[in-house]
Design a protein around this ligand. Structure first.
Ligand code: ADP
Ligand code: MG
Length: 544
């Protein structure tokens, strides 16, 4: 069954390629492992960064697993599945992308060894599935329940999340900003607290330093006021959000306007002016003093608005309009004629401010700001981008903790603890599934091993000592990557949400099982430039 046919029998079109049995498995596993190897060196606070240059010469410097994989334009189908894990992790939690990919890579590596021992992929898959379920249970058991209002603890989680992003040293000030932002948008209901992280807007501006970053209780809009005569700031703003243009109605493309005399011309212009004046009058009648318009605002309308001291921005992004609506309570109006009192929103202050020479509008002091903005500053674009990614990871972590109220300590401690318990569980299993469960436990140990390797420590020593500590009952013993010692990670304040670990194990096992179960790859076109068979079938993989 596993041998390729000796005599070619053409059942597929000529330009199709096909891999069957062990060949398919081997190639897929290899492709997936290469992906894992690529991000491996970035894990942990002492991980390295990658510099990615695209075809246009744009440079991204990052330590963020999902960003690296997305920028790499991976083509091999199995390798793409690994990228999907990172994306799922990013969407579900926002952090732990590298961890998930490394575990998946390692699960496949161990599976390869089992395959060589003639263990059937279905058996391995079953053993992996049982182990993954057991791992979830173990993680739930060892997790620490926390008080989600404990700000000091939340700050520690942020520190752990952003310390992974090695290239930027992020100050305490930013830590406090992130915690405040997430708490601001957290919505409590009777039974639980939910955090919609879309309500936190991250606005990047190069210039200044990271410590100049600030939290705005409301929304920043990357637009200036449309007219220089408009006020620079409006206190007690009454806000109108429009998604229709403040422009005279254009005649349809099939209408002809024939103007023969100067009087007709004059009448036409007046007619247009009147339309615009009516619009502005309507705005005045609503007692709005700030207008955000998603579409254009005609020069004449701008002039009328400015004369009445009304602040206005045009061509505001839809996502910003939605955030403005949340923060100020205003409804987005699509027909100005129908606008009424209940559509109006409020903010303590709307002002235009220059950030690094560019004018922006800040809507601040909203009564119930369910939307907030973190204004990220930093010396260069690369710094600001990486800080943004770090902030996103931290926000995801905080949201996960606030929603579930459970954390674990990091530094490889949970992985070693789960591996230890899994081995006990494996002993209770019969036959070949036992081998798979032990392989699963081995795979989890790749996390502390990689943390140690990336810190320039001896991974074998570290793993041996870690295992001994865990056997000794120190369940949070992990690797202190800065000193090389085994320490209690909970006491070291290296804290992470439980969800990062549960999700990473879940998606890693799912994907590795899926890849393992493939024994036939039928592809339109060739899998690589070097023919469909053998290790050369690495279409699109970058040189390593
Ligand atoms: P990921 O994309 O998986 O989040 P990171 O580069 O952020 O990758 O690294 C996360 C890992 O680093 C976790 O296992 C975490 O426990 C560990 N880690 C973070 N801070 C420390 C620390 N101070 N000491 C040891 N390990 C740490
Ligand atoms: Mg991380």
């Amino acid at each position: 069954m596993t041998n390729s046919p000796q005599q070619p029998v053409y059942i597929l079109p000529e330009n199709y390629s096909r891999q069957i049995g062990k060949d398919a498995q081997r190639t897929n596993i290899m492709a997936a492992r290469i992906v894992a190897e690529t991000v491996r060196t970035t894990l942990g606070p002492r991980g390295m960064d990658k510099m990615l240059v695209d075809t246009l010469g744009d440079v991204v410097i990052t330590n963020d697993g999902v960003t690296i994989l997305q920028e790499m334009e991976i083509e091999h189908p199995a390798a793409k599945m690994m990228v999907e894990i990172a994306k799922t992790q990013e969407e579900e939690v926002g952090d732990g992308t590298t961890t998930a990919v490394i575990i998946a890579g390692e699960l496949l590596k161990k599976a390869e060894t089992l395959l060589e021992q003639e263990i059937h992929p279905t058996v391995i898959a079953k053993g992996y599935q049982m182990s993954a379920d057991k791992a979830q249970e173990i993680l739930q058991n060892i997790a620490i329940k926390v008080d989600i209002n404990d700000e000091v603890m939340l700050k520690k989680i942020v520190t752990t999340a952003i310390s992974g992003k090695g290239s930027v040293s992020i100050k305490d000030s930013l830590n406090a900003i992130i915690v405040r932002a997430v708490r601001e948008v957290a919505e409590k209901s009777a039974t639980k607290t939910v955090v919609d992280i879309d309500n936190i807007k991250i606005e990047k501006k190069t210039g200044g330093g990271i410590s100049d970053s600030e939290l705005i209780q409301g929304v920043s809009v990357d637009k200036e006021k449309v007219h220089s005569q408009m006020p620079r700031e409006v206190k007690d703003a009454r806000i109108l959000l429009l998604d229709c243009a403040l422009e005279a109605k254009e005649a349809g493309s099939d209408t002809q306007i024939r103007i023969n005399t100067p009087e007709q011309m004059q009448a036409f212009i007046e007619q247009e002016e009147k339309q615009l004046k009516d619009m502005v009058d309507k705005i005045i009648a609503l007692r709005a003093n700030v207008v955000f318009c998603q579409k254009g605002i005609d020069d004449i309308a701008q002039h009328f608005l400015a004369k009445k001291g009304i602040y206005a921005c045009r061509r505001v992004k839809q996502s910003d309009m939605e955030k403005l609506s949340k923060a100020t309570g205003a409804k987005i109006v699509s027909n100005l004629k129908d606008a009424n009192e209940s559509d109006m929103g409020a903010a303590g202050m709307v002002e235009e401010k220059k950030i690094s020479g560019e004018a922006m509008t800040f809507v601040k002091d909203c009564k119930n700001p369910k939307a907030v903005t973190i204004l990220v500053r930093g010396g260069t674009e690369h710094v600001v981008d990486e800080v943004e990614r770090a902030i996103k990871d931290a926000i995801g972590d905080l949201a996960a903790v606030i929603e579930t109220g459970k954390i674990v300590a990091g530094g490889g401690a949970p992985e070693i603890e789960v591996a230890k318990e899994l081995r006990k569980y494996a002993a209770s299993l019969g036959g070949k599934e036992q081998l798979a469960a032990n392989a699963f436990a081995d795979a989890l140990e790749s996390i502390p091993r990689t943390l140690a390797e990336n810190a320039g420590l001896d991974p074998i020593d570290i793993i041996v000592n870690l295992k001994a500590a865990h056997e000794d009952g120190q369940k949070w013993a992990g690797v202190d990557v800065f000193t090389g010692e085994i320490k209690d990670m909970e006491k070291m304040h290296v804290l992470e949400p439980l969800k990062v670990k549960t999700q990473a194990i879940k998606s890693a096992s799912e994907v590795s099982i899926m890849i393992l179960r493939i024994d036939d790859v039928i592809a339109a076109g060739k899998l690589s430039g070097r023919g469909p068979q053998g290790p050369g079938a690495m279409g699109g993989m970058p040189e390593m």
